[in-house]
Design a protein around this ligand. Structure first.
Ligand SMILES: [Zn+2]
Length: 464
């Protein structure tokens, strides 16, 4: 096995929500706003230099010298301010590198942002259980924040923390250096992984198969889309014209859309992480050393119809691959992307082309092999291991797992969706027409034939 001489480390980041008092919230937003001021100062001073024909300052050390001349930004500590300089410098050099490589649309940083994340590296913050002290300017009182869940890493492994705002909430991104786990794996054992929407991962080894259901993710996506569409339709007439400032209601609507979008993204990502975790557990159990993953890149480049296009773009396959890659690397496995063309329409037994199955069942008309379509795809991907054993068939022993949480029956979005479709609603928790509770409110569609005084009083739920 690998030599234990130098323990290899990988960096992993977890986003933890902050649980704060009002005062702490105000101070945290103050820090982010000050960081935004630093960002704006960098953009402005460089634009001024450009207009006066002077060279742009993008080097980190040079920016630090400029900073000492400029002085303090709000409550921001020197460490926090410098992290913004680092961010700017990195973005600038990244763009310069891309320009050099011929990518002419690579943009240098030029957009001002109200809130910019503040990063603090090891030694400038301290952790006590769930409490973290963030550095602030010297003359200000210490700022302690509380994490909403326990730290997923041992405190001594934490290398940096980043304060940031996303979807109207404050988060602390905690980065830790974690040693790679030592497992007794066989590098010649290969598992094929087929990525999909119905099943985020379908995994096949020589002995066994694993199918992970994406039902929860799909249900969440469906409800989210229906909810956002209804919200947009309702708010469309309040949208400001071009060049016009929005109303307060419009701004509130925009904030709500962002918040809901962030929540949806979190739920999908969480489910995908769960699914990837199960794949790794399965692979460890099978002592798999190499994961071959069907590369879905380019799948969105062709038009597949309105609904399927939308589904493919909602799939978040990059995250799906990345989650698996991260976890595999930590477990000491190798992940390789292979071309997945033709893997769902080739028979793994007789290697003949088969018409693409419409449902989930795969049946070969030449040799009568039958199996699950996604597992067949995974078996074909596993067979692409160059030089290795290629006798991967469709296994008979298949585990089924779920990932994510199906939206609860009492989810507000589900209630509203039922209402829009004039379905009886289970969300309110009492049967329709129950006189004791006044029945489900969602069934009370305003009766237009009656006089005005009998119409249902407008509630939050039934105003169109
Ligand atoms: Zn066949």
């Amino acid at each position: 096995m690998t030599a234990p001489a130098a323990q290899r480390l990988v960096h992993r980041t977890a986003h933890l929500r902050l649980r704060l008092t009002r005062r702490q919230t105000r101070r945290c937003y103050g820090l982010l706003r000050s960081a935004g001021d630093v960002w704006a100062w960098l953009l402005d001073s460089n634009r001024q230099r450009h207009q006066q024909g002077e060279p742009t300052i993008s080097n980190y050390q040079a920016l630090c010298r400029e900073l000492t001349r400029r002085g303090q930004f709000g409550e921001l500590s020197t460490v926090g301010t410098r992290s913004v300089l680092r961010r700017y410098s990195d973005a600038w050099f990244q763009a310069a590198k891309r320009r050099k490589a011929g990518q002419q649309d690579a943009g240098f940083p030029r957009r001002k942002r109200a809130l910019v994340p503040v990063r603090c590296y090891h030694g400038t913050f301290s952790i006590q259980g769930r409490r973290v002290r963030l550095p602030v300017a010297k003359d200000r009182p210490a700022l302690w924040v509380r994490l909403a869940r326990p730290l997923p890493y041992p405190p001594e492994q934490v290398r940096a923390v980043t304060l940031l705002a996303d979807g109207g909430r404050l988060w602390l991104a905690v980065t830790a250096a974690i040693p790679i786990q030592q497992h007794d794996l066989d590098p010649r054992r290969v598992a094929g992984v087929d990525l999909g929407i119905i099943h985020p991962y379908a995994v096949v080894t020589q002995q066994a198969g694993l199918l992970i259901s994406g039902r929860a993710i799909r249900a969440e996506s469906y409800l989210h889309r229906a909810d956002q569409e209804a919200r947009q339709a309702k708010a469309a007439r309040r949208a400001p014209k071009r060049g016009q400032g929005g109303s307060r209601r419009w701004r509130r609507h925009r904030a709500r859309v962002r918040r809901v979008e962030a929540r949806h993204r979190r739920r999908v990502y969480h489910a995908q992480h769960q699914a990837a975790k199960q794949v790794i557990a399965f692979a460890l159990q099978q002592r798999v050393g190499t994961l071959l993953v069907g590369d879905p890149t380019g799948i969105t480049s062709r038009d597949a119809g309105r609904v399927q296009n939308w589904r493919l773009r909602q799939w978040r396959r990059t995250h799906l691959v990345q989650a698996l890659r991260d976890k595999a690397e930590l477990a000491g496995m190798v992940v390789r992307l292979v071309d997945e063309r033709g893997t769902s329409s080739t028979c793994p037994a007789c290697h003949q082309r088969v018409p693409k199955p419409t449902g989930r069942r795969f049946r070969c008309p030449h040799c009568n092999l039958q199996g699950h379509r996604d597992l067949v795809g995974a078996a074909n991907i596993a067979a692409k291991a160059g030089g290795g054993p290629t006798s991967v068939g469709v296994p008979t022993l298949v585990e089924h797992r779920r990932a994510g949480i199906v939206p609860a029956r009492r989810d507000r979005r589900r209630h509203l969706d039922d209402q829009r479709r004039r379905r009886s609603c289970l969300a309110s928790g009492h049967p329709p027409g129950d006189p004791a509770s006044g029945g489900c409110r969602s069934l009370c569609v305003p009766d237009l034939t009656r006089g005005e005084d009998h119409a249902t009083p407008p509630t939050r739920a039934n105003v169109a």
